[in-house]
Design a protein around this ligand. Structure first.
Ligand code: ZN
Length: 142
């Protein structure tokens, strides 16, 4: 099988998990002065996210909305802090195919709908030096 080509375009966002977005904004928005672009509930991921643009990328504050989601358990165990780095890719299917071909452990074998209606998929930190990686396709907004 021929593997389709893929390209990583930029760091789309850097996600920080926080217990409460409103409280976290005291630093990110007030002290640092980052603009708050929008706040969005992502029901399937059981989170609310706040996007704050910084140059060509964004800081994403992620607040769990349940106690049982993966991200809630992560925060309960490790506390607030850096959660994942998201790369924008031109073709998420091609990227996932290429990673599978290299036996990279994926959390999402197929794309799921993430913030902004974009198609996203997560790479397991076991395969990426302990850093949770999100891939987000630039073109498709559902
Ligand atoms: Zn993200």
């Amino acid at each position: 099988m021929e593997i389709p080509s893929m390209a990583i375009l930029r760091v789309d966002h850097i996600a920080v998990v926080v217990p409460e977005i409103d409280t976290a904004l005291a630093f990110w928005q007030k002290a640092l002065g980052l603009p708050l672009e929008h706040v969005e509930e992502i029901a399937v991921q059981e989170t609310v996210v706040a996007m704050m643009p910084v140059g060509e990328t964004e800081v994403e504050l992620v607040q769990p909305t349940t106690e049982t989601s993966g991200i809630a358990k992560y925060m309960a165990k490790r506390g607030p802090g850096l959660h994942h780095i998201c790369f924008e890719v031109d073709d998420i299917e091609a990227t996932l195919a290429q990673l599978k071909e290299q036996n990279i452990q994926l959390i999402n074998e197929e794309p799921v709908v993430g913030a902004g209606g974009k198609r996203v998929a997560f790479v397991h930190p076991k395969s990426s030096s302990g850093v949770l990686i999100e891939l987000s396709e630039s073109q498709t907004v559902l």
